[in-house]
Design a binder for this molecule. Sequence first.
Ligand code: DX5
Ligand code: ZN
Length: 218
Amino acid sequence: MAVIAPSLLSADFTRMGEEVREIESAGTQVLHIDIMDGHFVPNLTFGYSMVKALRPITGMVFDVHLMMTDPVNYIENFAKAGSDVITVHTECDSELDKCIDLIHKCGKKAGLSIKPKTSPEALFPYLDMIEHILVMTVEPGFGGQSMMTDCLDKISVIKAECTARGLNIPIMIDGGVNASNVRMAAKAGADMMVAGNAVFGASDRAAAFRELSELSQI
Ligand code: DX5
Ligand code: ZN
């Protein structure tokens, strides 16, 4: 069964605390938190004050996805705010080894993400340094888009390289996951899947989360 990580981006912003409590009581263990800087992607979301505000009300793993041009300047604050996993993009301007080192110095797990047009090989120089991989299955920037299913082929390429090196790094996919494609993504090897609209767009979030979790059983 893949781990389904609801994305806060699609939650009702007028009731964040209740949304977080509601999905946690449905059995969610990982909350995906999308941070956009209006430059790396053409959208803005929220900053570390949101992470800090939510931290005391939940025990869920905070999986923080930094869609930022220069994330290195923000890593310490996101760590201090209570992030558990901090993911930066291979396509950003910051030096990736510096970002990864800093995330580790802050005592957090480091993730690397690739956009749909980036080849999986872009991750290879860093595989020995990271604990999390995020394969985008939509162009980052907005929730509610359709999954680009050809991106799923990258999973087996990354897994083969990890296996050859004796590494076991969870691979998460992000974008357009829903009840009709979750099984295909699980079969492609996704260990974890972000689900924004498919969970928070449903009137019964708990039922939507459970359905996706069950369908991801292969
Ligand atoms: C997109 C974000 C995603 C987004 C996914 O840039 O990184 O995490 O919230 O939302 P859905 O599941 O609706 O595509
Ligand atoms: Zn994301």
